[in-house]
Design a protein around this ligand. Structure first.
Ligand code: AMP
Length: 282
């Protein structure tokens, strides 16, 4: 695996690979890698000639500075994991490399409705930061295929819009969420949880599964109430949202009526750590 810290050098290498006709797959991450990240690498390796992973803890997407400070960093282990899975290139840029004009001078991305709901509502500015880093990374890496996790459902929709609005010609592949044996979605933030909280946190999955298993048997409002109760009973201190939306575009259900394809999404805090998850319910 070759490690690049400078975009100019990475660009040069990629140009050479492209001239050789290689298909480039890209997996952007913020590190503290787990099996969820590795499954994205696996998908890329399966379908592409060259797999690039980036590790960059993007400061502009953290609306809470304390969350940024506490974000887990396990870079030595990450490099080992990537090497072991046969990743071809690791891009490990500095903040200055991604934001040569500084952190405060970014363009505004028009995300409309997507920015006003769920994660967009509870994390103001978060998706602007996501778009800034993704736009920059995609401009540098110019991948043919892009692999992202369903765990960040709304982020996938935002990136889909970014690709379309800026005519970035790569295909987005959304990879299913990898879970612990108890159902807890794998997340770098789980590293900040005690063993007890990791057990309790499986309630998020149980709540989403409750919705999936009982859809049609009672009203969506009842389902949401019951799911919230499951999460609260498990010891979560706060729930930002728990909603059932249109799986296609995240439109909220109106008059308690569901769509043809739905997704249940939630964000909740345990031990001060904010966890998100979702489940598609057809
Ligand atoms: P992050 O490092 O949290 O920014 O995540 C990098 C990529 O890994 C994103 O596309 C995430 O959606 C994806 N990802 C994170 N957790 C999981 C998971 N449990 N299963 C599959 N993909 C994941």
């Amino acid at each position: 695996m070759i490690i690049f810290r400078k975009s100019a050098q990475l660009l040069e290498k990629l140009q050479q690979l492209k001239n050789e006709g290689k298909k480039i797959g890209f997996v952007p991450t913020m590190g503290a890698l787990h099996s969820g990240h590795i499954s994205l690498i696996g998908e890329s390796k399966l379908h592409c000639d060259i797999t690039i992973c980036s590790i960059f803890v993007n400061p502009t997407q953290f609306n809470d500075p304390a969350d940024f400070e506490k974000y887990p960093v396990t870079i030595e282990n990450d490099i080992y994991q990537l090497h072991k899975t046969g990743t071809d290139i690791l891009f490990l840029p500095s903040v200055a490399e991604i934001y040569p004009n500084g952190l405060d001078n970014g363009p505004h991305y028009e995300l409309g409705f997507l920015e006003s709901i769920l994660e967009g509502y509870y994390r103001p500015g978060h998706f602007q930061g996501v778009c800034r880093v993704m736009h920059r990374l995609l401009t540098i890496c110019q991948p043919d295929e892009l692999y992202m996790g369903q765990k960040d459902y709304q982020q996938c929709m935002v990136v889909k819009k970014l690709l379309s609005d800026y005519n970035l010609s790569c295909n987005l592949h959304i990879v299913p969420t990898m879970r612990e044996a108890n159902g807890l979605a794998m997340s770098s933030r789980n590293l900040r949880l005690s063993a007890e909280a990791k057990t309790q946190a499986a309630a998020i999955y149980h709540a989403l599964t409750h919705i999936k298993d009982n859809v049609g048997k009672t009203t969506p409002e009842n389902l949401k109430r019951e799911a919230v109760a499951i999460i609260e009973r498990a010891g979560f201190n706060k729930i930002d949202y728990l909603d059932i939306c249109n799986a296609e575009d995240l439109a909220p259900s109106v008059n308690d009526k569901l769509f043809d394809h739905n997704v249940a999404l939630t964000a909740a805090f345990i031990e001060g750590v904010r966890l998100i998850d979702n489940l598609v319910i057809d």
